[in-house]
Ligand binder design. Structure first.
Ligand SMILES: [Zn+2]
Length: 431
């Protein structure tokens, strides 16, 4: 008789295999005994390095068993789980009802876990959400994506010429999320040097520039260290925010006005559409490579050979916490019976801003996905699932414009007192 075994963690990730060999199964389950908490209708296990090691020994011993191959994946799932986190080993068929039951339990047993978009709650909406979407998170743990040999973006093998006329090589380290945004942990093996260079030149600068003000304010270190934002009348770095005000300073200071908005500009520019493309490129860069088959049109769009049409707006929000590293959370639909929700969408968090965007032009999405009513459905669905998050200032922005824009910063100035927190620059001081 075939036994089905599923390992399920609080992130909703599962790993499963089947075996008809009972002694193999018992030996496998034995590798978890050091962390056994509960052994009822499912085994509740506490994650530990000891368990990872005994699985490794088990793999070595059973290297010839065909179902053994996937177990390396199991080790990597468990290694990414915090130590002492609890997970289940479930025997038998795992239907949605059982899945939700065990996940609910894991969520309450691992109260401090957080999965990107959604903080764990016992909220039923969250359960609804994970019934529909698988969640994978990138950015907290060190991860190397893919295998060398063939580029996931230009689909060309090493040594051959790709559609852009470049010979494909894999000499340099590629970052799935721009290194300029402080990502050091998520790297890829299957992004070729030429694609990496092209994306770095064509699409990444828009997002990097767009986020520069946050990088400066929160001192987030990029490829070349922390950044300073300089511009006409403004100079921001971690330690200070200095604003040169061209107007009549005396009018602004020592007066009854509570606050005054000073619009500032600098020379950083961006193209909204390129920001969208860059976010989507990050997402495609971390997917299991077999998922790439559904995104051929998406790739043509990123590369500029497909026109933008029917793009959903991007949801942008501010949080009360600041992330020191970029975090990407990918939601991938696990069921087919909700055609008005997109197959894939993702959330990108940087400093205290978050973006939620749909991966457009997926071949698995129905053609009429991009209608206003479907968008509203998606938006409502999302708001229900994130309502417990400490999210402020949700905005819905259109990122479909190809028009280059300059960054404008409105600084609100309050309670200025000359000599206390406002000073004349020497050259301008009245004699
Ligand atoms: Zn390539």
């Amino acid at each position: 008789m075939e036994n089905q075994i599923t390992i399920l963690n609080a992130h909703g990730q599962s790993f499963g295999f089947t075996t008809s060999d009972n002694s193999f199964l018992h030996e496998f389950l034995d590798t978890f005994k050091s962390g056994m908490i509960e052994n009822e209708d499912a085994l509740l296990i506490k994650n530990s390095i000891e368990i990872h090691n005994s699985i490794r020994i088990f793999i070595q011993k059973n290297i010839k068993v065909s179902s053994i191959e996937g177990l390396n994946k199991l080790i990597s799932i468990l290694e990414k789980l915090p130590e002492d986190n609890l997970f289940f080993i479930i025997l038998g068929t795992l239907d949605t009802e059982r899945r939700v039951k065990y996940l609910t339990k894991l969520v309450s047993l691992n109260p401090n876990s957080e999965v990107g978009l959604i903080n764990y709650t016992e909220d039923l909406d969250f359960m609804e959400f994970i019934k529909i979407y698988n969640i994978s998170e990138f950015g907290r743990q060190r991860r190397v994506i893919g295998e060398k040999g063939k580029c996931r973006f230009c689909k060309t093998s090493e040594g051959n010429q790709n559609e852009f006329g470049d010979i494909v090589t894999f000499k340099n380290k590629s970052h799935a999320i721009s290194e300029a945004l402080g990502n050091k942990k998520v790297t890829t093996k299957d992004e070729c040097d030429a694609c990496n260079k092209r994306f770095g030149r064509e699409i990444e600068p828009s997002l990097v520039n767009f986020l520069k003000v946050y990088r400066s304010l929160y001192g987030i270190k990029g490829k070349n260290g922390a950044t300073q934002l300089k511009g006409h009348g403004i100079d921001i770095d971690r330690e200070s925010l200095s604003i040169k005000f061209d107007g009549n300073l005396e009018e602004l200071i020592n007066q009854e006005v509570v606050s005054q908005i000073i619009p500032l500009s600098n020379n950083e520019s961006f193209v909204p559409l390129l920001i969208y493309k860059c976010l989507v490129k990050f997402t495609l860069g971390v997917l299991p490579v077999q998922e790439m088959q559904y995104f051929d049109k998406t790739l043509s769009w990123i590369n500029g050979s497909k026109e933008s049409s029917e793009l959903y707006p991007i949801i942008r929000f501010k949080e009360n916490i600041v992330h020191s590293e970029p975090l990407l959370t990918v939601m991938c639909k696990r069921v087919n019976d909700v055609p008005n929700l997109p197959y894939m969408f993702a959330e990108f968090k940087f400093a205290n801003v978050g973006f939620v965007f749909i991966i457009p032009y997926c071949s698995l999405d129905s053609e009429n996905l991009f209608s206003i009513s479907n968008y509203n459905f998606f938006y409502e669905f999302l708001l229900k699932s994130v309502k417990k998050m400490q999210v402020a200032d949700i905005e819905v922005d259109d990122f479909s414009s190809e028009e280059r824009k300059f960054i404008k910063i409105n600084v609100i100035v309050k309670n200025l007192k000359l000599g206390e927190n406002a000073f004349w620059e020497d050259s301008n001081a009245p004699q």
